[in-house]
Ligand binder design. Structure first.
Ligand SMILES: [Zn+2]
Ligand SMILES: [Zn+2]
Ligand SMILES: [Zn+2]
Length: 305
């Protein structure tokens, strides 16, 4: 049995159920309130009946203890709907970008701040550069006006990752119950190494001094730009993933680690390891990519529906 205890700085997050009960939100999973005994509250995974999941949680003040892993990925769509319902009407929601800017969140879409003029602030879809989306928003006080539809669905995984980061501003504020948990590494079949962090897989890129640099395993396949740096037991993640964790792939790698005789297959991941990836990693700083993502020529005043 795996027991993980986390102490939240601001207390754990709770959301109302449609019928007046309450959900505990922990690492994007939803738990239904079961019972209270003394100062402990017992929770079971919301998907216990539907999926046979046996994950449980106990809350005691600021502390959350989870017993047993989930047999399914988190339901980010359902979580987002509950959060939207919880939010008080009026007043747009903002989230910090990894580089200190701000995102507007509107109907689960993310907008990057473009400029302010008078009382108005102009926003462009975060995915303008990546997907060619031309949706824009203007905020004025509590009002949000959106111009043009998005050409893509909302990135619920990325939104959730930003909200998680807001809740855990830095790895240092994330405290375990006792000794720090050792980092998990898995071998690729060709002798490389994966870092496992929050169920995401990262491929080793390079080491420099005490730091080791990692990039998301799905960089080439899905265009994911998430990166990680490890230094001792500390992990720093830069940029959110554009996808959910590949729990099936992770579990397959763990099985292979445990039973090495089945590890004779070729690892398809290494085929993607192209030289251009390395080139981009060394030449593109996060700052320059941020600038490239901006659009210089914008005339929001001339736009209409
Ligand atoms: Zn579950
Ligand atoms: Zn868009
Ligand atoms: Zn990724």
């Amino acid at each position: 049995m795996v027991v993980v205890a986390l102490i939240y700085e601001g207390g754990p997050e709770f959301l109302r159920t449609p019928l007046g009960g309450s959900f505990l939100v922990h690492e994007s999973f939803l738990y239904r309130r079961e019972k209270a005994a003394g100062d402990k509250v017992y929770w079971t995974c919301r998907d216990q009946a539907r999926m046979g999941c046996r994950s449980r949680a106990i809350t005691q003040g600021q502390r959350v203890t989870v017993m047993r892993g989930h047999c399914h990925p988190p339901d980010l769509g359902g979580l987002e709907i509950l959060r939207q319902r919880e939010r008080r009407p009026g007043g747009p929601e903002f989230l910090k970008t990894p580089l200190g800017g701000s995102f507007l969140v509107h109907e689960s879409f993310l907008y990057r701040r473009e400029k302010a003029a008078g009382e108005k602030v102009y926003w462009t879809c975060r995915d303008q550069a990546r997907m060619g989306c031309r949706s824009r928003a203007i905020t004025q006080g509590q009002r949000v006006m959106v111009m043009r539809r998005h050409c893509h669905p909302p990135d619920l995984g990325g939104l959730e990752a930003l909200r998680q980061r807001e809740q855990f501003p830095s790895p240092a504020q994330r405290e375990g119950s006792g000794t720090p948990q050792p980092l998990e590494f898995l071998r690729t079949s060709l002798g490389g190494k994966f870092l496992v962090y929050e169920s995401f897989l990262y491929r080793k890129e390079k080491a420099a001094g005490e730091k080791v640099y990692w990039m998301c395993r799905d960089q080439s396949r899905l265009g994911c730009r998430s990166r990680a740096i490890t230094q001792g037991q500390q992990v720093t993640v830069m940029r959110s993933h554009c996808h959910l964790p590949d729990l099936a792939g992770l579990e397959a790698l763990r099985q292979r680690e445990r039973f090495p005789t089945t590890a004779q297959q070729e690892d398809p991941e290494n085929i993607e390891h192209l030289p251009k990836v390395q080139l981009c990693f060394t030449t593109c700083s996060p700052e320059s990519q941020q600038i490239n993502g901006k659009v210089k020529d914008i005339k929001p005043n001339s736009e209409s529906q």
